[in-house]
Design a protein around this ligand. Structure first.
Ligand code: ADP
Length: 566
């Protein structure tokens, strides 16, 4: 069964670096720049938004004032047309009464004619029962009749001129009065020359609007007209349309509010001037203020800016890590080349030297021949091991490494592998211990790869031991896997370096390591092989006391595990 090496590298390191740079730095930086420009534009817009909202509000309220005036005029026009203009006071009174019955939006009517010296008035009959109402009407009427005769000629003249110019033939007058119990009440009168008044006469009529009608019908209708109109100023940035209210100019309590009014301060107050003096319109957004809209705008901007900055900081950090890793790798690679050249040259030099000596045929002792042959064999074995490591490594790097998994008797494999080495180990003065459990089941492995892993570990134990020369190899079964352990009593590995030694080219800082030749590839191969078998390799080590490397292989690794490792 064959399996491809996991972790194929489709993307080269260089492309990855460029991609990282692009994604991690250039993209956030570009967005940040773009956002800043956009922001600058928007800060202006933020201020502009507030100004625009205020401007729109002013447009809406001006429109509302015009609507108020038009609605009031619409109420007065029929009354002016039907207002009595006969010469008898009793007849006028009666006709005024009829008029008030037909127009309940007015409380009372006053008639003045200079030529016949008539000044008379009538109030709405329905209000007659209420004492307070009568008193208030009488007060209002008294107030008006006081100035009416003296002001009439000028008022009539002005109104006639306006009518001739086809302008508004009404005058309005109104305000707040203090009633009983400090209660303020609103009065509003409309003044006009009756339509049927004789041409040259000084005739003037006055009607008083019913404040209750203004409050419950008139202003709600005006506000409804305004808020449902298609005025473009009503199209706000916010989803909800504005809310409106009417209140006394001097006061804060709303008198009438639109149904969507939610209390709070109006954003803009618009006092009415031409008609309904003393009243003001107020306008605002429901549930928010113009300030809040501006603040929200700013807050959103800050959040985006903060997020982008974080992204960029992250990008810088990632790029930094990537670059330092690349630099490290570059350094390790150059060490590797130096080490490997040396590693190749030494055995080759030895082989050549001994081969030449043998060739001369001057050796007398038979043992010498034996020794030279052994040296040549050992050196060439070292060479092969090194070259095998390098070839394996380059296959793995290129993603071309393939394993051949076969059901294998691991005990036998370990035994034969070590057998070839036993002599060398013992000759180097090492105590050698081999413990192989009896219950090792057959395991699906690549024979050659496992043997090479074991040799790498044994080789390291040989290389990195000083005075305490011991190598122990055990094979046993634990937790559903078979474990292959290689222990030594050598120089050990500092905790900080225990994870790094499995990285390619990594070699510890210990002086002994420095003086010992090596490629820094052995353990990275061991790890790759273990993972390709669905297992792993770990290390337990105490500096100056020794190390133990453990390869764990799952007992029944499926082909899939072999594929997906590393
Ligand atoms: P090499 O031995 O060629 O340097 P390896 O990948 O086999 O490369 O090992 C990486 C490093 O791990 C070694 O350089 C050494 O510093 C450390 N190391 C490996 N095995 C041992 C061990 N048994 N005892 C102490 N240090 C070890």
């Amino acid at each position: 069964m064959k399996s491809n090496t996991p972790g194929k590298k489709h993307i080269s390191d260089r492309t990855r670096m460029l991609l990282t740079l692009e994604l991690a730095i250039i993209l956030p930086a570009a967005s940040l720049m773009f956002f800043n420009f956009w922001n600058l534009h928007n800060i202006q817009r933020g201020k502009a938004i507030e100004a625009a909202i205020q401007r729109d509000f002013a447009v809406v309220l001006k429109f509302a004032e015009k609507k108020t005036w038009m609605r009031a005029t619409d109420l007065l026009t029929p009354v002016r047309k039907d207002f009595p203009c006969v010469a008898q006071e009793s007849e006028i009174k009666w006709q005024m009464e009829e008029l008030l019955k037909a127009h309940p939006e007015f409380l009372y009517a006053i008639f003045y004619n200079k030529e016949h010296n008539i000044l008379t008035w009538r109030s709405r009959p329905s209000g007659d029962g209420d004492e307070e109402f009568r008193r208030r009407v009488a007060e209002e009427v008294a107030m008006t009749t006081k100035w009416l005769p003296s002001e009439a000629p000028e008022q009539v003249h002005k109104l006639r001129v306006a009518e001739m110019k086809e302008e508004n033939p009404f005058h309005f007058y109104g305000g707040w009065e203090e009633g009983r119990d400090d209660q303020h009440y609103y009065y509003q009168i409309g003044i006009f020359v009756p339509k049927n008044a004789p041409k040259e006469s000084t005739t003037l009529a006055v009607v008083g609007f019913d404040p209750e009608y203004l409050r419950t019908t008139f202003f709600p209708a005006v506000m409804n007209d305004v808020l449902t109109s298609k005025n473009p100023a009503l199209k706000s940035e916010e989803a909800n349309p504005p809310a409106m209210m009417v209140r006394p100019v001097r006061g804060y309590t709303p008198w009438v509010t639109s149904p969507n009014w939610d209390g709070g301060k109006a954003e803009l107050i618009w006092p009415l001037t031409e008609a309904f003096d003393g009243m003001a319109f107020g306008i605002k957004y429901r549930g928010t203020t113009v300030d809040a809209i501006g603040a929200k705008f700013l807050r959103n901007n800050y959040i985006i800016l903060g997020a982008l900055s974080l992204l960029m900081a992250g990008g810088v950090y990632m790029a930094y890590r990537n670059i330092s890793r690349e630099l490290n790798l570059a350094r390790l690679k150059s060490d590797f080349v130096a080490n490997v050249s040396h590693e190749l040259r030494t055995p080759l030099a030895l082989i050549r030297l001994y081969a030449e000596t043998l060739e001369l045929g001057r050796l007398t002792a038979k043992e010498k021949y034996q020794e030279y042959f052994r040296i040549i064999r050992e050196e060439s074995e070292r060479l092969s091991a090194l070259i095998n490591n390098i070839l394996d490594f380059s296959r793995i790097e290129a993603g071309r490494k393939e394993y051949e998994f076969k059901e294998t008797d691991l005990a036998e494999l370990v035994r034969t592998t070590l057998e070839a080495y036993r002599f060398q180990i013992e000759q180097n003065g090492f105590a050698f211990e081999e413990k192989i459990a009896a219950d090792i089941p057959p395991v699906n492995v690549d024979r050659e790869a496992i043997a090479r892993s074991l040799l790498n570990l044994v080789n390291n134990a040989l290389k990195y031991s000083k005075d305490q020369k011991y190598i122990g190899v055990s094979l046993y079964r634990a937790n559903g896997s078979v474990k292959l352990e290689v222990a030594d009593r050598g120089i050990g590995i500092a905790p900080a370096e225990q994870e790094k030694i499995f990285e390619k080219f990594y070699r510890c800082g210990d002086p002994l390591v420095h003086n010992t030749k090596g490629s820094g590839l052995g353990l990275s191969l061991v790890r790759h092989i273990a993972q390709a078998h669905g297992g792993n390799v770990s290390v337990e080590s105490v500096p100056q006391q020794g190390s133990k490397f453990i390869i764990a292989l799952p007992i029944r690794p499926s082909a899939e595990q072999g594929h997906g490792a590393a």
